[in-house]
Design a binder for this molecule. Structure first.
Ligand SMILES: Nc1nc2c(c(=O)[nH]1)N[C@H]1C(S)=C(S)[C@@H](COP(=O)(O)OP(=O)(O)OC[C@H]3O[C@@H](n4cnc5c(=O)[nH]c(N)nc54)[C@H](O)[C@@H]3O)O[C@H]1N2
Ligand SMILES: Nc1nc2c(c(=O)[nH]1)N[C@H]1C(S)=C(S)[C@@H](COP(=O)(O)OP(=O)(O)OC[C@H]3O[C@@H](n4cnc5c(=O)[nH]c(N)nc54)[C@H](O)[C@@H]3O)O[C@H]1N2
Ligand code: SF4
Ligand SMILES: [Mo]
Length: 682
């Protein structure tokens, strides 16, 4: 074989792990993909998604030129026509309705550009309406921890004696931790004597090797957490010295949790009082201990207060910023972005004062009701809001009602199909980029090299954004014109330029982790202490101490509960990320269809056999899907695979079933993880 071969050091952007990759090209075409052993994140490991990146880049489904919606479907147009149209429509909308009628929506920030593409534009335009997946992902948990102690950091599995995996499935969603496969990290900790407790309604890979698998009922984790606090406080298993010196509101917490006994929680969580006591005693007496919580606690109506209670558990036991607990590792600080946003006009500012962004359901409500005003246009970048938000039908209605929808994607996603203009973006392999990492050895930045030329007429987002800004007379707000300049601008505060970065593609920019940083600076709360009782929450009208509340459908919503005797939840299959990758043949082979997992007992009484086609019906809608029976979940529960619904995948979107009107009062997290349903043989 002949031809020019080159090897590039780049980074996989298919999930937040951002593994280092080596890609070999021949004559400008990707040939071989390997993990980069020099990259501290994965040290050579790649999961099947990363290894199949070639199928993503060269997929026949890739968008290759801009599209415009016409009465007879999409029509190919030139970039000039696409950008002129977008610029003119957005200028017109601003003149007619004001800048706040434009909404920007991104998706899970799996790469740095997802957080940044078009964000300068929306700020320069003058709209405060920045939405995305925040209400479903990470932000509710982060706000909860912030309210208790400022921040907790990452689990230190290497030095721990006790691990609680709570609502997380890292063997599928994180894959690798500091270069070691996640399951090996946990096995190694166990070999060194650490106890492992997994709190999950499903028997996950880690639940299967745990000392204790706590098969909790979906959405009841707050009751479990409160009962653990009750036991640890009443049996004086807490760290009294830490509590004395570093916390506020302990007497109130002590009094408050008296009512939440393990016997009370047993009826709610489905876990026996004895088991709750046992877990509380193990956690309270095995030091150091770490709680690794996950997205399973989010998309639940109690998420904010649940995670507050879990943060309190870590604080009363002194498992804060010490080896073997959770440690705030040094990260990378980039300079600030342009913000010219009249916050007062942000759509959800009054309804969700604690939530710093705009939750997507508030956008849907505003479009459909016109209250407090109607958003008219939306830029969707690297996101698939139609499929990933609860109640697909309602989201569709809202997106269809917009006057103007622009979608930047690499495929014609279900959301892109609703767009007026579709802009074909490059993938992360067709442009330079960078990622930032925090680690115990210090924060570092890694370069993403440009591996190949853009596919078709696809163009890098920062160039497209600048071209749009120019057409709208907003170029004065732009300290860059293309990706290279954007990187230099973003890395200026670190005094790194792209040219230097190319010579050394992994650069540590902060010192290794220190422990007990609070001794020097206190905690990042108003009082500089851990705050059990929150005056700030109380002032905002929220519970100052966590109170378990029954899901509202058990109240007075008028639902015929007998019609929906099962509780449904959703699962993220490890070989895909959200709605992505069903058009990659090697991954599709691993799981061709979405499945509804049910307990054999529930299947039997309904005459359902493994592999049968079933109809799942919830108050929001119904889907047809293949059933699988499994002992990995208990009776009464249905687990449905999340992420289908794009035109090429042929599967049903579980979010047709999920309700959008059951919301966490502090964070607007909708109940994508819990819906009532019935399942019947089709
Ligand atoms: N029921 C239920 N709902 C859920 C969840 C759940 O577990 N259950 N999980 C929730 C969570 S945690 C999250 S984060 C959200 C995820 O929500 P999203 O992030 O909106 O979902 P994705 O499917 O990742 O959508 C990303 C889109 O970006 C496109 N894309 C990929 N690469 C590129 C690129 O280089 N450039 C551009 N412009 N586009 C690109 C993809 O084709 C895809 O259409 O879903 C949430 N919804
Ligand atoms: N392969 C893959 N990796 C991913 C993603 C992906 O889509 N695919 N998405 C990325 C993103 S954006 C995110 S947010 C992370 C999420 O990754 P994780 O934090 O691991 O979250 P999930 O896998 O969504 O769900 C975790 C677990 O919560 C359980 N669970 C469901 N309901 C409850 C409940 O009420 N209580 C408890 N205790 N547990 C419950 C589920 O059974 C599941 O095992 O993964 C990231 N990595
Ligand atoms: S774990 Fe897999 S998908 Fe995630 S960054 Fe690494 S290789 Fe890519
Ligand atoms: Mo997420």
């Amino acid at each position: 074989m002949s031809g020019l071969t080159e090897t590039f050091k780049t980074i996989c952007g298919f999930c937040h792990t951002n593994c280092g990759m080596l890609i070999e090209t021949r004559d400008g075409v990707i040939e071989r993909i390997r993990g980069n052993r020099e990259h501290p994140q994965n040290k050579g490991f790649l999961c099947p998604k990363g290894l199949a990146a070639k199928e993503f880049v060269y997929s026949p489904d890739r968008l290759k030129y801009p599209l415009m919606k016409t009465s007879s479907g999409f029509k190919r147009i030139s970039w000039d026509e696409a950008l002129d149209t977008v610029a003119n429509r957005l200028k017109g909308i601003k003149e007619s309705y004001g800048a706040e009628s434009l909404v920007w929506c991104n998706g899970a920030p799996v790469t740095t550009p997802v957080l940044h593409g078009f964000i300068q534009l929306i700020s320069a335009y003058g709209s405060p309406n920045i939405t995305g997946v925040g209400h479903l992902c990470a932000v509710p948990r982060a706000l909860a921890v912030q309210s208790v102690c400022g921040g907790l950091g990452n689990s230190d599995f290497e030095n721990t004696r006790c691990i609680l995996i709570w609502g997380a499935n890292p063997t599928d969603t994180r894959h690798v931790n500091s270069g070691v496969k996640f399951v090996r990290v946990i096995e190694e900790a166990k070999t060194k004597g650490a106890r492992l407790i997994v709190i999950d309604p499903r028997r996950t890979e880690l639940a299967a090797i745990a000392d204790e698998w706590i098969q909790i009922k979906v959405g009841t984790d707050l009751a479990f957490g409160l009962a653990m606090l009750n036991v640890i406080i009443s049996e004086t298993l807490y760290d009294s010295e830490f509590v004395e010196n570093w916390t506020l509101g302990f007497p109130e917490l002590k009094e408050h949790v008296r009512q939440f006994s393990p016997e009370w929680a047993e009826g709610i969580t489905g876990v026996t009082a004895n088991k709750i006591k046992e877990v509380a005693r193990i956690y309270g007496t095995t030091k150091p201990a770490t709680i690794y919580d996950g997205n399973g606690l989010e998309q639940q109506r109690n998420v904010f207060q649940t995670v507050r209670a879990i943060a309190m558990l870590q604080a009363i036991t002194g498992n804060i910023d010490i080896p073997g607990a959770k440690v705030i590792n040094p990260g990378v600080r980039l300079g600030r972005y342009l913000t010219v946003r009249p916050e007062s006009k942000r759509l959800s500012a009054e309804q969700y004062p604690l939530f710093p962004l705009l939750p997507f359901p508030s956008v849907v409500d505003a479009i459909l009701s016109g209250e407090p005003y109607s958003p008219r246009a939306m830029i969707v970048y690297h996101a698939n809001p139609l499929l990933i938000n609860s109640n697909e039908e309602k989201v569709r209605e809202a997106l269809e009602k917009l006057e103007f929808l622009v979608v930047s994607d690499v495929f014609l996603s279900a959301t892109a199909q609703l767009a007026d203009i579709v802009l074909p973006d490059t993938t992360e392999f067709e442009d330079f980029g960078f990622e930032t990492y925090s680690s115990s050895k210090g924060g570092f930045v890694a370069l993403r090299e440009k591996v190949i030329e853009p596919i078709g007429e696809s163009r890098p987002v920062f160039e497209v954004e600048y071209d749009l800004a120019k057409r709208m007379g907003l170029e004065g707000y732009y300290p860059w014109k293309n990706t290279e300049e954007w990187i230099n601008y973003r890395l200026k505060s670190l005094e790194i330029t792209l040219e230097e970065f190319k010579k050394q593609p992994i650069l540590y920019v902060s010192l290794p982790a220190e422990y007990k940083k609070y001794l020097k600076n206190g905690f990042r709360t108003p009082s500089k202490k851990v705050e059990f009782y929150s005056q700030r929450l109380n002032n905002m009208g929220y519970d100052p101490l966590p109170v378990y509340k029954e899901p509202p459908e058990n109240g007075s919503t008028g639902l015929d509960l007998h019609k929906y005797p099962l509780v449904g939840t959703t699962r993220k299959p490890g070989m895909y990320t959200h709605t992505k990758f069903r058009n990659m043949p090697s991954l599709r082979k691993l799981q061709p269809e979405p499945l509804a997992w049910i307990n054999p007992a529930d299947a039997q009484v309904r005459g359902i056999c493994d592999g049968d086609e079933v109809t799942v019906e919830s108050p929001a809608g119904s889907i047809i899907i293949e059933a699988r029976t499994t002992e990995d979940i208990g009776p009464g529960l249905v687990v449905i695979d999340f992420g289908w619904g794009n035109s090429w995948d042929g599967g049903a979107n579980v979010n047709i079933l999920t309700p959008d009107d059951i919301r966490d009062p502090e964070t607007c997290s909708t109940s994508n993880r819990r819906f009532l349903c019935e399942i019947k043989k089709t």
